[in-house]
Design a protein around this ligand. Structure first.
Ligand SMILES: N[C@H](CCC[C@H](N)C(=O)O)C(=O)O
Length: 258
C-alpha cells in the first residue's frame, strides 16, 4: 500500500503528516512505529493525522514515534496548522479539535500561533513542578542545562515515582536574563530527548512565572531546535488565553510503501 505523506518540523520537533480526510490511513501501532523509524521508515518524533471534523476546520490525531496514540502535541499542533493552511483547508485563522479539546490558531507569516488549553492545576513540589498543558510535564530548574544528562535523568524520572507506566515528559530549564528560558526535554513516547517540546515549553514558561523567575506574562524560550514564545493571562492561579508561538515548516513530501 502506498501512502502519501508530508514531513514538517516545528523547532526541530519533527512529524510525518498525513491528510487522512478520506479515512483510509491504516491506524496500527506497528505501521506508525515503522513510519517514524529513522532508519527503516521516514523518521519522526511522531505521526499526525489531519481528519474531518463536524464542528471545526479539522481534527488532529497524534501518535508518538512508539506508535501509540498520545495526548496533545504543541509543536505538532503548530505543524498541523501550517499543513492545513498549505493544503488550503483553511485560511490564516482556524479552529481544530484535538484529544484535549478545541484549539484556535493563526498563521502569522513564519510564525504559527497556537492557543493551548487553560491550566487550572499546578503542583509545586519544591524540587520540581508538575502540570498538564495538554500533555503531562515534570519541570525542574537547573543552573546549566547544557550539562544535564537529559536522557539518563529524564528516563529515570519518566519511569519512576509518581509517574510509573503512564509516565510524564521531563523538562530541565535554565533561567536566562530578559524574560528568557533555555530548555531541554525528555519526551514520553519518543523515549529520548527531542529538539523541542511545545507542551513542555508551555509548562516551563508557566512554572517560571509561578516561581517568579520571570515578571512578564510573555516569555521567550530557547530549545535546542529553535526559539518559541509563550504568553498567557493569569487569574487566581489559573492560566488562560495561553498561546504557544513559533516556526513550523514543511521539509519534504513523498510516498511510502507499507
Ligand atoms: N510526547 C508527548 C506528546 C508530544 C509532546 C511534544 N512533542 C509537544 O510538542 O508538545 C506525550 O506523549 O506526552
Amino acid at each position: 500500500m502506498k501512502i502519501k505523506f508530508y514531513k514538517y518540523q516545528g523547532a526541530g520537533n519533527d512529524f510525518v503528516m498525513i491528510d487522512n480526510r478520506d479515512g483510509n490511513f491504516p491506524v496500527n501501532k506497528d505501521t506508525i512505529e515503522h513510519i517514524c523509524d529513522r532508519n527503516f521508515g521516514i523518521g519522526g518524533d511522531g505521526l499526525i493525522l489531519l481528519q474531518n471534523d463536524s464542528d471545526t476546520d479539522f481534527r488532529m490525531v497524534y501518535f508518538n514515534s512508539d506508535g501509540n496514540e498520545s495526548t496533545m502535541c504543541g509543536n505538532g499542533g503548530r505543524c498541523i496548522v501550517r499543513f492545513a493552511h498549505d493544503l488550503e483547508v483553511t485560511d490564516e485563522n482556524m479552529t481544530f479539535n484535538a484529544i484535549d479539546g478545541l484549539h484556535h490558531a493563526v498563521v502569522d507569516g513564519e510564525t504559527i500561533r497556537l492557543q493551548m488549553i487553560d491550566i487550572k492545576e499546578v503542583e509545586d513540589h519544591d524540587k520540581y513542578l508538575f502540570m498538564n498543558t495538554g500533555s503531562p510535564h515534570h519541570v525542574e530548574f537547573v543552573d546549566n542545562v547544557k550539562n544535564v544528562d537529559v536522557y539518563k535523568k529524564g528516563k529515570k524520572i519518566r519511569n519512576g515515582a509518581p509517574y510509573y507506566e503512564t509516565g510524564s515528559n521531563v523538562n530541565f530549564v535554565e533561567v536566562l536574563p530578559n524574560q528568557t528560558l533555555k530548555i531541554r526535554t525528555y519526551e514520553r513516547g519518543v523515549e529520548d530527548e527531542t529538539l523541542a517540546c511545545g507542551t513542555g515549553i508551555t509548562a516551563a514558561a508557566i512554572a517560571s512565572y509561578i516561581r517568579g523567575f520571570v515578571k512578564d506574562n510573555n516569555i521567550n524560550v530557547e530549545a535546542l531546535g529553535g526559539k518559541l514564545s509563550v504568553n498567557f493571562d493569569e487569574k487566581n492561579n489559573t492560566f488562560e488565553n495561553v498561546w504557544l508561538n513559533g516556526p513550523a515548516k514543511r521539509v519534504f513530501e513523498g510516498e511510502i510503501e507499507i
